[in-house]
Design a protein around this ligand. Structure first.
Ligand SMILES: [Zn+2]
Length: 119
C-alpha cells in the first residue's frame, strides 16, 4: 500500500503552470488555469478557462500546456529582442533621476548636519 502510493507519486511529476492566472480566455476573458488528465496511460497537461471549468458557460476548449507556453515564450522573446535597448534606456533614465534626487538630498542633509554641528 505504502509502496504503491510512493510509486504513483513518482509517476506524477509536478507540473509548473507558468501562465496560470496570467493568460485570459479568448472566449470570455476569464483567467486560464492549469489542469491535467489521463488518456490511456499517458498524463496530459493543459490550460483551461476558469468559467468553462466551473460554470460551463464558455465555449473555449482546453489548450495544450506545451503549445500555449511555447507560443507565449516565443512572443516574449520577440518583444524582448525588439525593445531591449529602449527598455534599458528607460530603466537607466529612471535610475539616474532617482540617483540625482538622492544625491541632492544627501547634499541638503549634509548641509543641515554641518550647520547643526557648528552651532
Ligand atoms: Zn472562457
Amino acid at each position: 500500500m505504502e509502496r504503491n502510493k510512493k510509486a504513483r507519486a513518482k509517476n506524477k511529476a509536478k507540473q509548473l503552470y507558468l501562465l496560470s492566472g496570467l493568460v485570459r480566455c479568448g472566449g470570455c476573458g476569464s483567467a486560464m488555469s492549469g489542469g491535467s488528465g489521463k488518456s490511456r496511460d499517458k498524463d496530459y497537461f493543459y490550460y483551461r478557462c476558469y468559467t468553462k471549468h466551473n460554470k460551463r458557460s464558455c465555449e473555449q476548449g482546453r489548450i495544450k500546456k506545451e503549445h500555449l507556453e511555447s507560443l507565449v515564450l516565443h512572443q516574449l522573446r520577440l518583444i524582448l529582442a525588439e525593445d531591449r535597448s529602449e527598455l534599458i534606456a528607460k530603466i537607466r533614465k529612471v535610475l539616474n533621476e532617482k540617483f540625482n534626487t538622492f544625491a541632492s538630498e544627501v547634499k541638503i542633509f549634509k548641509k543641515i548636519l554641518g550647520n547643526v554641528e557648528k552651532e
